[in-house]
Ligand binder design. Sequence first.
Ligand code: SAH
Ligand code: SF4
Length: 401
Amino acid sequence: MDTSAQSGAGSAPAAVPATSTTDGRPGISGLTPEKLEEWVVAAGQPAYRARQIESWVWAKGATGFEQLLNVPATLRQSLHETFVATTLANTEVRPADRGLTEKALHLLGDGQAIESVLMRYPAAGGRRARATVCVSSQVGCAVGCPFCATGELGFGRDLDAAEIVDQVRFWGRRLAEDGAHVTNVVFMGMGEPLLNLECVIAAAGALTDPRRFGLGARHITVSTSGVLPGIERLVELRPPWTLAVSLHAARPALRDVLVPLNRRYPIAAVVAAASAYARATGRRVSYEYVLIDGTNDTLADADAVVELLAGRGLLHVNLIPMNPVAHTPWQPSPPERVAAFSARLEGAGVPTTVRRNRGDEIGAACGQLAAERAGEPAPEAVQRRRDRLTRQRAAALTGST
Ligand code: SAH
Ligand code: SF4
């Protein structure tokens, strides 16, 4: 029995930390305009000072309260004693894709590491240039998908709203140097966003508030491995986001191995909830399918996807050859099998796109930089992991055919 994956299958996340830093100061970007104004007034200052602070934090990209030049020194001091101007204590950036993709390893106030990625898409074919930021929502992840570097790290803690937003502010400042700005935010970095939903909702609220980051609400994508109660909550709230569901296998026995949360929330129920979200919002659901050589990439697998998704409303399938990380015994599917899989779905009327994993050379599948920083596990542990995954895969394939 695979105890490590079992414990990861939907285990409850630890409590959300009250603050972002070890010294107890939360990030200023986690405050709503109302809360900031309350704090300013309680500090004995006129309410309009809140607008000034806001403009520094959001429009001018301040990273230290000493930069708030038109704010009185006493207020700057109180701000410094109460908040941090950014929750990212240190950031290391690595470029890839001739600079079109950049990946950041951020250190948080408590020494934990997370990753975010900037992907620039130059203007092409009448489409305006875009800049997409991929953010982390947790340190590590409890779900434990065996092909994922973050899953291999295990769960650390939830990020608070400021820690999520500050990843986007970081790239916003960098883009501003070139006269560009963030156009899209995707929650596809480290962690399972729907297991930290309240903070994700608060962060998305800050990012899409015209008085704060000012991103279009329709330019947010949230990816989930299938946290059913989280999707149901989104059906009620109806934010106009794009919902992405990480499918990876339609056959239950195989999905139990590739996405261990499937044991708790079976994929058929997840697809039904995602279709309800599409109906409630009019937004097309994306299904992500990582193709693993000889594991989930046969035509029978494609037919199972068709059976699961055909007629399920507005949806689209993205096929992504696996990025070989996370000490798996597995490899990406070869191009001809990817093409055949894609053609089978398309032929059955399921809209499908083959995606390239951008920034492979720096490990765009999030978690790899943090995993490198955590250090290489012992060779025996890696071998045990590979053996266990080989056994589980074999059992799933024989059991389900
Ligand atoms: N936890 C959420 C969001 C973060 S993972 C989720 O699973 O949806 C974002 C996407 O990266 C997911 O679709 C995930 O399956 C994919 N991913 C993880 N490891 C990968 C790898 N080695 N190769 C390709 N994609 C990977
Ligand atoms: Fe977690 Fe997503 Fe990685 Fe699975 S793919 S372990 S849900 S981050």
